[in-house]
Design a protein around this ligand. Structure first.
Ligand SMILES: NC(=O)c1ccc[n+]([C@@H]2O[C@H](COP(=O)([O-])OP(=O)(O)OC[C@H]3O[C@@H](n4cnc5c(N)ncnc54)[C@H](OP(=O)(O)O)[C@@H]3O)[C@@H](O)[C@H]2O)c1
Length: 333
């Protein structure tokens, strides 16, 4: 199958350090161009990453007819605007999470996707990682009985004032940055949508971003709760509790590409862990898998694993969490 010609929208850190190197090693992606608001920075990035073409503006790269697909890792407030421009320029788009600033923002993509017939997906690489396919398979097989609840935690400590995560005006804060994973994964595992949510949010007094947030999501078939933070030492875990046992995902979001991922399955016979089996998922790169899944969907004109409609629903949960922060009550997504 012929590789898809990709262009990268900006010299964003996540692209340069993780996603570009992974896609360059994948089977179906060719990273042919990168652009930046400054030509000098695009050229430097291209040289560093071994990318053949560099453009000094986003528009110039979108005008390149040889580029078939765009990877969009711009700050959150620019996701929808540039994804629309890329689709209108005839490109398919893989856009970073969260897909926009709110559900209304993301909904704008639906009409453009339908009018242009381009493929577009939120870059939740976790949804394609084999460890998550395994968790879903284990839950669906009944191995831990009937699923009742899920609990998740993701934190890191970052006070850099210019970091996009610490700028409230452009979609910063922990809920947008990592809470979005703690919503999409229980939706994926429960296979349903939350009917109501409630949140407790602590904001940084200067940055005004959410720095510690606790949220409860009621699903028709269970409960999910999570905590996320931008100012607590780095840690992450997700656990699934069921009538006969428990599943723990050790590194749910930033799965390492160079060592196995571990899923703990506990049959609950005691609290000492005597009934624990550890399932190891062989090393793999979730960004390479994501690039190949998207490229294959382009070549075969097949469905993507994560629909735009599902991303709108994820954003609606985030919107409800922010409404609940203000109302201090349950809110319906
Ligand atoms: N999937 C994952 O695992 C993962 C991990 C980390 C981040 N992300 C997502 O990726 C996106 C980028 O995160 P990042 O940490 O890589 O950000 P970043 O390093 O700050 O990169 C953002 C880039 O956007 C461009 N830009 C255009 N207008 C800008 C503005 N007003 N302010 C700042 N930058 C602007 C800049 O590129 P030029 O100067 O070249 O134009 C900048 O380098 C976010 O949506 C984030 O949620 C995803």
């Amino acid at each position: 199958m012929k590789k898809v010609a990709w262009g990268v929208l900006s010299t964003a850190n996540i692209g340069m350090t993780r996603v570009i190197p992974a896609m360059q090693q994948s089977a179906l992606c060719s990273i042919d161009a990168i652009c930046s608001r400054s030509l000098e920075s695009a050229q430097k990035a291209a040289q560093r990453a071994g990318i053949p073409k560099a453009y000094g503006s986003y528009e110039a790269m979108l005008a390149d007819p040889s580029i078939e697909a765009i990877y969009n890792p711009l700050p959150n407030h620019l996701h929808v605007e540039w994804t629309i421009k890329a689709m209108q320029a005839g490109k398919h788009v893989l856009c970073e999470k969260p897909l926009g600033m709110n559900a209304e923002d993301v909904r704008r993509l639906l009409a453009v996707r339908d009018a242009t017939s381009k493929k577009v997906m939120e870059a939740f690489a976790t949804r394609m990682h084999p460890q998550w396919l395994k968790v879903r398979e284990l839950v669906q097989s009944g191995r831990i009985g009937e699923l009742c609840a899920m609990q998740g935690f993701v934190s890191y400590y970052n006070l850099e004032p210019n970091n996009v995560r610490n700028r409230a005006d452009i979609g910063g804060g922990g809920i947008m940055d990592v809470g979005c994973y703690l919503i999409t994964m229980p939706r994926y595992i429960f296979g349903t949508e939350p009917s109501r949510v409630i949140s407790l949010v602590q904001r940084d007094p200067d940055l005004r971003t959410d720095r510690v947030a606790s949220c409860i999501l009621e699903f028709p078939n269970g409960q999910a709760s999570f905590m996320c933070s931008t100012q607590i030492a780095r840690y992450q875990r997700m656990q699934f509790f069921a009538t006969l046992g428990r599943i723990e995902v050790e590194i749910p979001v930033n799965a390492p590409p160079d060592r196995p991922c571990r899923i703990v399955v506990d049959d609950g016979r005691d609290v000492l862990g005597s009934g624990i089996e550890v399932i190891e998922i062989p090393p793999c790169n979730q960004y390479a898998i994501q690039g190949d899944v998207f490229s294959r969907a382009i070549r075969e004109d097949s469905e993507l694993p994560l629909s735009l409609e599902s991303s709108v629903l994820n954003m609606r949960v985030i919107d409800a969490i922010f409404r609940s922060e203000k109302s201090r009550q349950w809110e319906m997504p």
